[in-house]
Write a protein that binds this ligand. Sequence first.
Ligand code: UTP
Length: 508
Amino acid sequence: MASERDVRARLRLAGQEHLLRFWDELAPGPRAALLAQLAELDPVALREHCQRAAAACARPPGPCPELAARLRPLPPERVGSMSHGDPEARQRWEEEGLRQIALNKVAVLLLAGGQGTRLGVDYPKGMYRVGLPSQKTLYQLQAERIRRVQQLAGERHGVCCTVPWYVMTSEFTLGPTATFFREHDFFQLDPSNVVLFEQRMLPAVSFEGQAILERKDKVALAPDGNGGLYRALADHQVLEDMQHRGVDFVHVYCVDNILVRLADPVFLGFCVLQGADCGAKVVEKTDPQEPVGVVCQVDGVPQVVEYSEISPETASLRASDGSLLYNAGNICNHFFTRGFLQTVAKEFEPLLQPHVAVKKVPHVDEQGALVKPLKPNGIKMEKFVFDVFPFASNLVAFQVQREEEFSPLKNADGAASDSPSSARRALLAQHYRWAVRAGARFLDAQGTPLPAQPCLPPNEDPPAICEISPLVSYAGEGLDVYLRGRTLRSPLILDETRARELLLAQDP
Ligand code: UTP
């Protein structure tokens, strides 16, 4: 183990000696823990990290004035669409996606290392229940969608196939996620096909460029952003594991989108048939001020430009059909070939520039008292998963309908959007639409008929509550056999048992 002297010398080199300022007060156990933590930090890298964080934070935020002239939308031949494309093309994409899944060439990769500070719970977001009638968590919904898509591809091609689930966690989420998966028997997935790995952590830094002490014996660390994925893939030989399993295509997604379609065959098939090495699902941005990044080109190079970097005038520009010119809203839902990930992990990762996130970082003050700041006091440096887009040889975008595929859980209830209520409503509205289109009608608890509205206004509660298990339907398919001509009482949970009962029951 490194000695106090060694560590002090390294910290001096890094300009961070203050991290030992409570040394004299510490008992042997905490001293050893602090030394172990500090010994892991490379002094040169630590110095650069702290300097870079303070310098980046000092730059004035806001739109980049010369960007407008360099910005272009992606060329139309690189953009597919779920709703605007012709139905035959859509079917071809789906067939191709299912074929690749049946060949065991597809994996899903969940980014689950975030701290979920805005939601404000002290456990991983994937364990959150948004209050569905079934009480399912986000992790469970995702696991069941994997099982269902395996089944759909397997049935189509008469095989038994596997979509391995890679889960990137962090120091905060690894332990509780692993325990949760074990306690829930991996949601009936084969545990050998669920691979948890951990991303790295970086010190949080004050505005003056000093690493922050969370306690007298602990440096405040934060995960290195969802773009920490690429280092984590290399750290844990994840790509070798994929190669070993024969995986060629990876669907990467965020934990918090309750509507996420894991290993979506249509998206996969589109990307594969386009020969893409990198793909981004996008939703149409209709409000110029909506705070989402936009997939577009800068100087001809594809990338995601953050909404804060685009001036309001540029964000409001319209195309000839009246839609926003820069309307490809990024939803952190990506396709990568394994080959591309391998090149990124080997060559490009060091070139990715970290972004500054200004956050509230709990810390100890000069006297050693714990402080929970009320306003942001620290900088976390994060890489983003989409930072690799400029390195792609053939990036494509695929536009999907927001109400079918995107409702993220970011904030606690009470917030105007992206809350547990809005996520729950989005899922239940979708399932209600699927059920009504499949021919179901609903009654309330007193037996009064409820309106049948196959199209619902956005952000409105559906007239009836109907939750459909992903094990019964992945994207609305196959519901007619259970629901055509049925009148059912709300609330309905259409799980596998109820579906079987409906099949067996006499026609009403
Ligand atoms: P967000 O940027 O929304 O962050 O993450 P968050 O941690 O979930 O929430 P806040 O900002 O603290 O409230 C988008 C996705 O990226 C993952 C998250 O788990 C989520 O799936 N992520 C984020 C990581 O995997 N690692 C990180 O270091 C950060």
